[in-house]
Design a protein around this ligand. Structure first.
Ligand SMILES: C[S@@+](CC[C@H](N)C(=O)[O-])C[C@H]1O[C@@H](n2cnc3c(N)ncnc32)[C@H](O)[C@@H]1O
Length: 251
């Protein structure tokens, strides 16, 4: 894991965490209302549960993992259903704000993790592994694939893994001109806040074709089964959400 990636997320978390996470142009410069922001997390989680129910997928209620949790937008919502929810993030600043926003709420735990894997968790622990708006920012496809392998490893037999990743990018996103410009200007000692105010961000985007995701799932473990794929056709980065389970052991 590059230190720079963690440092970039830390900078953004200190400047404007909510806009960094949900970049709605009408909410930049600290204009997100806290309640509205966390309401989006409840909305996303309710939609996830509704989809699972529609497809008759298994969702239990014990232990959930929110990978790349940010400030706990979705993790907080998960805690309304799961007995214990663990949010993991590479940014210490995101984690510290997740703890502050979640203060006094039961069932939540936030963990800082800079490793390129989830070695801090044992095999087959989680009933739900959830990851949204994270994998596209990992910088390398190989890292995305290795984290997908880790999601499968920590998934309990009969558990549900739900993760989203773009499957294509518009040329503009692929060129990553702003990210490149950010790195040049930072090396000239222009401050992160100045750059963020000018809309120049350090975070890159990538996509992973479905056949690569499917191969990665197939290779991870023979008990891992891809159940469904949900495709969202947004013009700049059409995404796929993958719904996966680990078969329960046959008795
Ligand atoms: C766009 S935000 C999304 C946050 C959250 N998933 C949500 O939907 O509210 C992306 C998050 O991924 C985190 N992240 C990026 N790379 C990561 C990594 N390698 N491990 C864990 N978290 C990571 C960032 O720090 C940031 O909080």
């Amino acid at each position: 894991m590059t230190d720079r990636l963690a440092r970039d997320w830390d900078d953004l978390a200190r400047i404007d965490p909510m806009f960094t996470i949900l970049s709605d142009v009408s909410k930049d410069a600290g204009r997100w209302d806290v309640e509205d922001f966390f309401e989006t997390g409840r909305h996303d989680f309710v939609a996830t549960l509704a989809r699972a129910e529609e497809w008759s997928l298994p969702v239990s209620n014990e232990l959930a993992l929110d990978f790349g949790c940010g400030i706990g937008r979705v993790t907080q919502a998960m805690a309304t259903r799961f007995e214990h929810c663990v949010g993991v993030d590479v940014s210490a600043a995101m984690i510290s704000q997740a703890r502050e926003f979640g203060e006094g709420m039961a069932r939540l735990e936030f963990v800082h993790n800079v490793d390129s894997d989830l070695r801090l968790f044992g095999d087959g622990q989680f009933d739900l592994v959830y990851c949204s708006v994270v994998l596209q920012h990992l910088g390398r496809r190989s890292l995305v694939e290795s984290f997908i392998g880790e999601f499968c490893r920590v998934l309990r037999p009969g558990g549900l893994l739900v993760f989203q990743v773009p499957h294509a990018l518009a040329l503009r996103s692929r060129l990553q001109l702003r990210r490149r410009l950010h790195h040049v200007l930072r090396s000239l000692r222009v401050g992160s806040e100045t750059l963020a105010a000018a809309g120049i961000y350090p975070i890159g985007m990538l996509s992973v074709p479905p056949r690569r995701v499917e191969r990665c799932l197939r290779d991870s473990d023979e008990e891992i089964v891809q159940l469904c794929v949900d495709v969202t056709r947004t013009p700049r980065y059409p995404s796929a959400t993958y719904w996966v389970t680990r078969r329960s052991a046959v008795s």
